[in-house]
Design a protein around this ligand. Structure first.
Ligand code: BES
Ligand code: MN
Ligand code: ZN
Length: 519
């Protein structure tokens, strides 16, 4: 099951003359009025529309309440002034002096406009795209529009008569629709947005429909379709190879665990010799296990496989974008359930790399399955290791719902932060302090899974420190904790819909491109 997103193409004709259902233009807010009131300005791209309104468009939009504030969408019937029957003005905030508009502002504006225009089949977007920096602005508008058109297909058995269908086709106005750079951006944005939509779909899928064997099958089928190498280890194979962490967590569920490995090789002779490993947490549902979670909000733990979904979808995009690096993804999948066969606090588990872990809280299950997958990735050999997971509630306490926490080796940690900033998926560097590591000494095993006194101080950091124990010396690595940003429980905003967000797919793709280009 995949939810459709809009198709995207370029036009270079006058938006006032386009036979579409709606046209989108931008507005700016400017606090320079003598009376201290905000003045509304039309953004560039809206010139021909403004002319068709005989110079009265700004005034009309202001009368309808437009202020140009980011996220604001004001719609008006065009009554024959332009060819499209509907015009939507989306706020872009103040116009920056000289500098180009920030990519995230454009991305969110495009997303807000396309969401507000559900019910219109075809929409032309005439937002400001600077001639001298067309590609990044076009990328932002294209991604924002496509992601704003996402809607989870869901499980309703009856048609919803009053629900307006998402926009099916978006035309972005550019100076030259045949420009190859612009066309390449459209192709890339389509691949990237489909990967984000796929991630959202997997996260939004009900957990009874996506237990580990079913999730493994879905990933394997999608990966084979795009020509990736696929290996699926079932519980017997995991047992034979000593994946103690994955097995311990998976044991509590009637649906057994899996380890899916996906591999991408660059086309002959195109590789730069670097090997990237991706690892994603795939807990298809996290009850907490024997250390059970409170009932309140537990259903959101269907999103505890968001890391695995993001990594799998990133691989699908990589197969199409064909970067010049080898990329291998490791996806440990398990369901964390309490039962007569479940692992328990006090257990000592021998992990894939032979280290022994003392379990103190079965709700810290993510690090158990990830440790095995990380150790396997290092045993296979890699130069860079990027792992992402909905690992700790502590991430949200520290950084909130929008900013991921990133831990790991210094240089890669900084590259993750920079990639996140570039794509609008902020991630902030966090340390791995020695005193927090000391608190995880175990009386009986090599390491405790959490602080041995159950002290929650440095909660997010305990997760990062635990994982670092399974990374081989010399591998550049980063752990991206996405507990907050992976799932959006609030009302839709910008290009974020309710539910799975698809974070950090765009960061991972950006970073792999960066490693392909710069090593
Ligand atoms: N999947 C959760 C973390 C989480 C919480 C993600 C809320 C998204 C939203 C993780 O497995 C977990 O339960 N972590 C515990 C760790 C603790 C037992 C050491 C936590 O954060 O409380
Ligand atoms: Mn848990
Ligand atoms: Zn979890």
């Amino acid at each position: 099951m995949t939810s459709p997103i809009s198709t995207l193409s370029l036009v270079d004709t006058d938006p006032a003359k386009l036979a579409v259902d709606a046209v989108v233009i931008g507005t700016h807010s400017q606090d320079d009025g003598d009376d201290g009131r905000a003045a509304l300005r039309l953004a560039s791209g809206a010139e021909s529309i403004a002319a068709a309104f005989d110079g009265r468009l700004t005034e009309t939009l202001a009368l309808l309440g437009a202020t140009g504030a980011p996220g604001e969408v004001v719609k008006l019937a065009t009554l024959g002034t332009i060819r499209a029957p509907l015009l939507a003005a989306v706020g872009l905030g103040p116009q920056p002096d000289g500098a180009a508009l920030d990519g995230e502002t454009l991305r969110r504006a495009a997303g807000s406009a396309i969401r507000a225009l559900a019910g219109s089949a075809t929409v032309a977007v005439a937002l400001p795209l600077p001639d001298d920096a067309l590609a990044p602005a076009l990328r932002a508008v294209a991604e924002g529009a496509l992601l704003g058109s996402y809607r989870f297909v869901g499980y309703k058995t009856k048609p919803q008569p009053h629900r307006r269908d998402p926009v099916a086709s978006v035309l972005v106005r550019v100076p030259d629709a045949r420009d190859t750079t612009a066309q390449a951006e459209v192709a890339r944005a389509t691949v990237v947005a489909r990967a984000v939509a796929r991630t959202r779909d997997w996260v939004n899928t009900a957990p009874n429909h996506l237990r580990p064997p079913a999730f493994a099958d879905a990933i394997a089928a999608a990966a084979r379709e795009v020509g990736l190498g696929v290996e699926v280890l079932d519980d017997e194979a995991l047992e034979a190879d000593g994946y103690g962490g994955i097995l311990a967590v998976g044991r509590g569920s009637a649906a057994p665990p899996r380890l899916v490995t996906l591999s991408y090789q660059p086309p002959d002779g195109a590789g730069n010799g670097k090997r990237v490993a991706l690892v994603g947490k795939g807990i298809t549902f996290d009850t907490g296990g024997v250390s059970i979670k409170p009932a309140q909000g537990m259903w959101e733990m269907k999103s505890d496989m968001a890391g695995a979904a993001a990594v799998a979808a990133t691989m699908l995009a990589i197969a199409q974008l064909k970067p010049a690096v080898t990329v291998t993804a490791y996806l440990p999948l398990a369901e964390n359930m309490p039962s007569g066969t479940a692992y328990r606090p006090g257990d000592v588990v021998t992990m894939f790399n032979g280290k022994r872990v003392e379990v103190l809280n079965t709700d810290a299950e993510g690090r158990m399955i990830l440790a095995d997958a990380i150790a396997r990735a290092c045993a296979d050999g890699c130069d860079y290791l990027l792992e992402t997971s909905t690992l700790t509630g502590g991430q949200m306490v520290a950084l909130g719902k929008r900013v991921a926490g990133v831990m790991g080796s210094e240089e890669l940690r900084e590259r993750v932060r920079a990639a996140g900033e570039a794509v609008g998926e902020p991630a902030w560097p966090m340390p791995l302090p020695e005193d927090v590591r000391k608190g995880m000494e175990s009386d009986v095993a090599d390491i405790s899974q959490v602080n041995s006194g159950m002290d929650r101080a440095g909660h997010m950091l305990q997760g990062g420190i635990f994982l670092s124990e399974f990374v081989t010396e010399g591998v550049a690595w980063a752990h991206i904790d996405i507990a907050g940003p992976a799932y959006h429980s609030g009302e839709p905003t910008g290009y974020w819909t309710k539910g799975g967000t698809g974070v950090p797919v765009r960061t991972l793709i950006h970073l792999i491109d960066d490693i392909a280009a710069n090593g």
